[in-house]
Design a protein around this ligand. Structure first.
Ligand code: GDP
Ligand code: MG
Length: 177
């Protein structure tokens, strides 16, 4: 408690899932390091990044996991989901098929998570509005039907990236505190 001068700490695991090339790795690099990579490369190396935020004077850390490209082979393992308290389920607003696959990802997430998971449906690449294939309203409606938060983001121009992660981290915190 605060009387002995110690700060309470929280650490939550958050996973990012969704089809290949929807922008999962770039959402994480934009949030954690304010970086964007225009060249599509399979994620190599680091499997998660840790970010801290202050909520009600508490130090809340999110350990955010990114796939290493296994999603291409539909081979995301249960270890990836294990212990997750939150998930960002990402599709690409300019590629309809990635939205059509959201149901599959949701099913996989629900199969692998034992606790109540805070979920956000993320329509990424909203900077590509001119070639949009998924209307905002459709994303919203699906999220509402499935009990998820919803946000359109752009890892390219930073729109809503910080907000999306912060909403999910605050929701997890409020679920456990
Ligand atoms: P992942 O396979 O889901 O991790 O996707 P990546 O983060 O590797 O991104 C796949 C491709 O989409 C890369 O060429 C990125 O530069 C591009 N990309 C990612 N996010 C955005 C975005 O918000 N807008 C645009 N226009 N391109 C993006
Ligand atoms: Mg990736």
């Amino acid at each position: 408690d605060e009387s002995d001068g110690e700060t309470e700490e929280y650490l939550f695991k958050v996973v990012i899932i969704g089809d290949s090339a929807v922008g999962k790795s770039n959402l994480l690099s934009r949030y954690a390091r304010n970086e964007f990579n225009p060249h599509s490369k399979a994620t190599i190396g680091v499997e998660f990044q840790t970010q801290s935020m202050d909520i009600d004077g508490k130090d809340v850390k999110a350990q955010i996991w990114d796939t290493a490209g296994q999603e291409r082979f539909r081979a995301v393992t249960s270890a990836y989901y294990r212990g997750a308290f939150g998930a960002l389920l990402v599709y690409d607003i300019s590629r309809r098929s990635t939205f059509d696959n959201v149901g599959r990802w949701l099913k996989e997430l629900n199969t692998h998570s034992d606790t109540t998971i805070a979920k956000m449906l993320v329509g990424n690449k909203c900077d590509l509005d001119n070639i949009r294939e998924v209307p905002v309203e459709e994303g919203k409606a699906l999220a509402e039907a499935e009990g998820m938060f919803f946000m359109e983001t752009s890892a390219l121009d930073s729109t809503n990236v910080k907000t999306a992660f912060e909403i999910i981290i605050k929701e997890i915190y409020s679920n456990v505190s």
